[in-house]
Design a protein around this ligand. Structure first.
Ligand SMILES: [Zn+2]
Length: 70
């Protein structure tokens, strides 16, 4: 029987349990393929550089936030 997996959490394979992988997929969907709104210039130009570090392309601001959301 073929096992179908979806979402970015599939990279973990069978590890860490299904619930956790589903959660990871859901969180990563939030910031991948999507720009977030800048709290300074309110333009949707914010990209996640790394965990907790965000960069706005419009006003060139680098700021910290939560690891996976602003
Ligand atoms: Zn900005």
């Amino acid at each position: 029987m073929a096992i179908k997996k979806k979402g970015s959490g599939r990279r973990f394979g069978a590890r860490y349990g299904k619930k956790l992988r589903d959660k990871v997929s859901e969180i990563e969907k939030k910031y991948k393929n999507r720009r977030l709104t800048c709290p300074y210039c309110t333009k949707q130009q914010v990209k996640r550089l790394s965990s907790g570090i965000w960069n706005c392309k419009a006003c060139e601001t680098k700021f910290t936030g939560k690891a996976y959301e602003i």
